[in-house]
Design a protein around this ligand. Structure first.
Ligand code: SF4
Length: 286
């Protein structure tokens, strides 16, 4: 979409709005909240404050941990949870309504199968992110999450069988670079390495569309939660190409950013409501 006037052209990336998994999670959550007159989620169901505010109006509240859950049912996020956490919740006789994204589920199944087949599972991802914590749980102690190959030095003996997969929202080229380093450092005689591509196709398309647009713009605005991993990654990718700012709302746009800029591109994270993107576009045009 292009909007032109004498001084400024504003263009929106092709791939924008909720991704399939976030939309599905919100639909399930809204339905449950309406039927029950409110429900608790374990942690934030999406990393976007504006979306969470809207959900709160439907009676959705966030339990920070299992001890925090007051009711007898809880909705888990699209990031998925570990089997250990599932067990802990069920032991308290709390029903679980899962909104785990099918692409995250695929990564969980891959991790479980690799671990059961005797592989050390290496996840290219942020060990503190809920999705990665969940996937690690499925390896039942036979997994490691890392963003570089430094962990290899601490392994003692390098295992012969190594399985590698990725957090769904990582950047494909960075994943490939990580795998190449592992081949250089941890590929030993008679070893076996199995690589499973678990990067989500929505994220691939979103990143590719943002990169393409950034190449034609003087500045990019990435709309999304400051805490959202995939939004931050989009901003990081765009900033390698042109001046980039991550904004959660239109109110965060600083007029000084726009000085001397003639072509402004807008993209958004997978958990950003399209309405928020439209507000940013409206504000830019104004
Ligand atoms: S970004 Fe991809 S993996 Fe994550 S919730 Fe969305 S569709 Fe699922």
């Amino acid at each position: 979409m292009a909007d032109k006037n004498d001084r400024m052209k504003i263009e929106k990336a092709d791939k924008i709005g909720f991704c399939f998994g976030v939309k599905r999670a919100i639909d399930i959550l809204e339905k449950v909240a309406r039927e029950r007159g409110g429900v608790e989620t374990l942690g934030a169901v999406v990393h976007n404050r504006q979306v969470l505010q809207k959900l709160a109006e439907l009676g959705v509240s966030v339990a920070r941990n299992v001890e925090d859950i007051r009711g007898d049912v809880v909705v888990t996020s699209s990031h998925g949870i570990s089997p250990q956490l599932e067990e802990e919740i069920r032991a308290r006789h709390i029903e679980i309504i899962s909104t785990t994204c099918p692409f995250v589920l695929r990564a969980q199944v891959a991790a479980r199968r690799l671990a059961e087949a005797g592989f050390l599972v290496i996840i290219f991802g942020d060990a503190e992110h809920p999705e990665v914590r969940g996937i690690l749980g499925w390896t039942k102690g036979r997994g490691i999450a890392a963003l570089d190959d430094k962990f290899v030095a601490g392994l003692g003996q390098i295992p012969r069988r190594i399985g590698i997969l990725s957090q769904t929202t990582q950047v494909p080229t960075q994943f490939t670079a990580f795998v190449n380093k592992l081949i250089d450092t941890a590929f030993i005689r008679d070893s076996e390495m199995r690589l499973i591509d678990t990067i989500c196709h929505d994220i691939r398309e979103r990143q590719a569309a943002a990169i393409e647009l950034a190449g034609q713009m003087d500045m990019m605005l990435v709309v999304g939660g400051h805490q959202s991993a995939n939004t931050n990654r989009l901003a990081e990718l765009c900033s390698q190409i042109t001046q980039t700012h991550l904004v959660e709302t239109a109110a965060e746009i600083q007029p000084s950013w726009l000085e001397g800029k003639h072509r402004i591109g807008v993209t958004a994270g997978a958990s950003t409501d399209e309405q928020m993107v439209n507000e940013v576009l409206k504000s830019l045009k104004a």
